[in-house]
Design a protein around this ligand. Structure first.
Ligand code: FES
Length: 257
């Protein structure tokens, strides 16, 4: 097993105190960022706060900023990120510029943005889940139960599957510039779940979904920068969902005239 020495620069916060601590670790090949953090916790500093559960990209607990990009720690290999140097590009075309650089062999770890920090890399998810609840993301199939199962064509079922894959890790929420400037904005995950149910042929309360998202804090607030689609570890496409909801909201308004 090959090993290399990596520096982990980790954001620490407890109460008002904020700082970065640096830990050195011999990272083994095949090690994820979460494995490394747990090793640091076990061998060097038991006070380090990190949240995780499944270690397999299913529970969505371990979202954090890794080299300034929101990602799941259990899905990110140390070898993928140890030598990243230009971490983010700001702007487009000729005015695009790198906004952050770091040394090779170092990994920068910080909590997910746009949510209050509880301790170190652990954030308080409550605002994220409160917004999810606002779009009522559950199936309303009507009072009358059909005699047979409700069949759906394969194409629609695959389409819905893209959004049903969401593991509610809030990585998209942490990448969203609109949430950053407007804490009332529903955010990419909630809006993509709204689309998931709107687009479900079994769901009968479509108009209600549109009413819940038809605002500046909903579908009309999105900047369309596709950060959420880019960072989603499950290839959900929130920006595309928001644009689809916009088209339907617009169509609905035209029909009412
Ligand atoms: S620990 Fe469950 S998604 Fe990372």
């Amino acid at each position: 097993v090959s090993t290399t020495h990596i520096r982990f620069k980790v954001y620490r916060s407890s109460g008002k105190q904020k700082k970065y601590d640096v830990y050195e670790l011999k990272a083994e090949s095949g090690m994820t960022v979460l494995d490394a953090l747990l090793k640091i916790k076990e061998e060097q500093d038991g006070t380090l706060g990190v949240r995780y559960s499944c270690r397999w990209s299913v529970c969505g607990s371990c979202g954090m900023l890794i080299n300034k990009i929101p990602r799941l720690a259990c899905r990110t290999m140390v070898s993928e990120v140890e030598n990243e140097t230009v971490l983010r590009i700001e702007g487009w075309g000729p005015i695009a510029k790198p906004v952050f650089r770091k040394a090779k062999g170092e990994i920068l770890l910080e909590p997910l943005p746009n949510l209050p920090v509880v301790k170190d890399l652990i954030v308080d998810w409550r605002p994220f889940f409160e917004k999810l609840k606002k779009v009522e993301p559950w199936l309303v199939g009507g009072e009358v139960q059909p005699d047979k199962e409700r069949l759906m064509n394969n194409e629609r079922s695959l389409e819905l599957g893209v959004y049903a894959n969401c593991i509610l890790c809030a990585v998209c929420y942490g990448s969203c510039p609109v949430v950053e400037r407007d804490r009332e904005y529903l955010g990419p995950a909630a809006l993509s779940q709204a689309w998931r149910f709107f687009n479900d042929p079994r769901h009968i309360e479509k108009k209600k979904i549109l009413d819940l998202v038809d605002s500046q804090q909903g579908i009309w607030g999105c900047d369309g920068v596709y950060n959420c689609t880019e960072v989603c570890p499950k290839s959900v496409k929130p920006t595309q969902a928001i644009m689809a909801l916009r088209r339907n909201a617009f169509k609905y308004k035209l029909m009412r005239r």
